[in-house]
Design a protein around this ligand. Structure first.
Ligand SMILES: Cc1cc2nc3c(=O)[nH]c(=O)nc-3n(C[C@H](O)[C@H](O)[C@H](O)COP(=O)(O)O)c2cc1C
Length: 210
């Protein structure tokens, strides 16, 4: 079976947020798509291990912040490679509240969805959400999943439904948080200590030789 057709499918890069009790949570997801127009309904695939999954199941509501190509890499690092189990992801993030759920100011636009159905797979829950609010926030090009991979050189963690195991590399400096592989002209050892991962913004010391 070829993996290329799976890579050829198109997606965006979104911050999916929800709420559990008084805690606001969220993560990065690419697997959201519109499946009907009347009523406008969105399907979203969320890993069982993601803290966000439990919040969406319990509150029955989620928002999708559609991120621009220029989005700060720290947002992808925080929302896509860390868990709300361990941190408050909204510390240092500008947001507004819509229907009780937080939407990132960094987004070009957003949708808020009320869960109307869900389906379980062995690893992910597919939520169906009816759109109850949506608006534009700023101009800018929404980031596609292809742009994230080809231009930002971003990686997807194991919980992303589109995760594909990487071929093993040797003698590469790899970000231990997001998997970004350094391929700059300056030897990694010679980079200044202020160098940070261009994908998730963590410091140089969190890179490891693999
Ligand atoms: C580019 C990208 C796309 C992702 N897509 C998904 C997705 O569609 N579904 C999913 O369950 N996780 C996806 N993830 C992984 C979650 O964002 C990640 O596991 C996150 O740390 C979960 O945080 P939480 O435990 O606070 O929910 C993606 C991550 C990245 C960086």
């Amino acid at each position: 079976m070829s993996k290329k057709p799976l890579r050829d499918l198109g997606y965006g890069v979104y911050a999916v947020t929800s709420v559990i009790g008084s805690r606001h949570v969220g993560c990065i997801a690419n697997s959201a798509m519109q499946i009907t127009s009347k009523p406008a309904t969105i399907a979203l695939s969320m890993n069982h291990d993601n803290f966000t999954n439990g919040a969406i199941s319990e509150s029955g509501i989620f928002a999708i912040s559609i991120l621009p190509e220029t989005v700060d890499s720290g947002i992808i690092g925080t929302f896509g490679f860390q868990s709300s189990r361990d941190i408050d992801k909204f510390e240092n993030i500008a947001f507004s509240e819509k229907e009780g759920v937080r939407v990132l100011n960094a987004a070009v636009s957003f949708l808020v969805c009320r869960v109307v159905d869900k389906m379980e797979t062995s690893t992910h829950t597919v939520f169906l959400g009816e759109v109850i609010d949506s608006d534009e926030l700023s101009e800018g090009e929404p980031m596609s999943y292809a742009y994230y991979h080809n231009v930002v050189k971003g990686k997807s963690p194991k919980n992303a439904p589109t995760y594909i195991e990487e071929e093993k590399t040797s003698d590469k400096w790899v970000c231990s948080i997001c998997g970004y592989v350094y391929n700059g002209e300056t030897p990694f050892e010679e980079l200044s200590d202020s160098y940070t991962c261009p994908v998730c913004s963590v410091p140089k010391k969190l890179f490891e030789k693999r």
